[in-house]
Design a binder for this molecule. Sequence first.
Ligand SMILES: [Ca+2]
Length: 286
Amino acid sequence: MWHLARTHAAPLALALAASALTTTAVAPPSGATPARESVTGTAGAQLAPGDLVWQQEFDGPAGAAPDYSVWSHDLGAGGWGNAELQNYTDSRANSALDGAGNLVITARREGDGYTSARLQTNDKFEAQYGRIEARIQIPRGQGIWPAFWMLGGDLPGVQWPQAGEIDIMENVGYEPHIVHGTIHGPGYSGGAGITGQYVHPQGWSFADTFHTFAIDWKPDSITWLVDGVAYQTIDRSRVGGNEWVFNKPFFLILNLAVGGQWPGYPDGSTVFPQEMKVDYVRVYAN
Ligand SMILES: [Ca+2]
């Protein structure tokens, strides 16, 4: 069961790195993580964040690119370590503003394959601590796998999983009413990731409308929230004798995968295109 962190004394540190565009991160959100905690909505406390300290609101004309001073594309196919099917592109057919305040990542069936997009902020924006929140309407369908997550900013000099991974929100299409929050690190990666899940309070699909997905991140402790409701805290004690690798800057990732070991693969019921709509990504002090 989740519990609340007891300290509010955590400092907020933000690192804004200004180096060239890179597309080096390759560690995917690792699937097949058995759920160890499950909370159905309304169980948690409402936690109010502090001051807004960074934001991406995705305002702009329809068809525009995301702000490349903040975001970079990860490109290509090859399965991304999880036998995924999509080829990530930088085409506006796969990622663009919609003119209504959202960044839309679109997975398309093209010929025998699929295209989609993965955007990340490595070497452009990194956060350390705070509430990291996105408001997202996820896509739906068998084999569809949207994620909002983070990787350690010391990639690629330090390799995954030593660099650390914080999955703020993952959903696999065969569980439309469930989202997952997970950490991966040395000794607890892949199927051994430390994880929990949140069940929609009415049992509805998270794809039906927008929801907020967040972490409250402090030294030695991370709490996951959906729509402001805390459902899981993982603190340093949970990694046992392994190393806690989350007291350092991480960068952000938004992606929409098609197929993989965890979600399985599209079938005759899966409709394309599928859209992951991101209203905003915000960082608040906590
Ligand atoms: Ca917006």
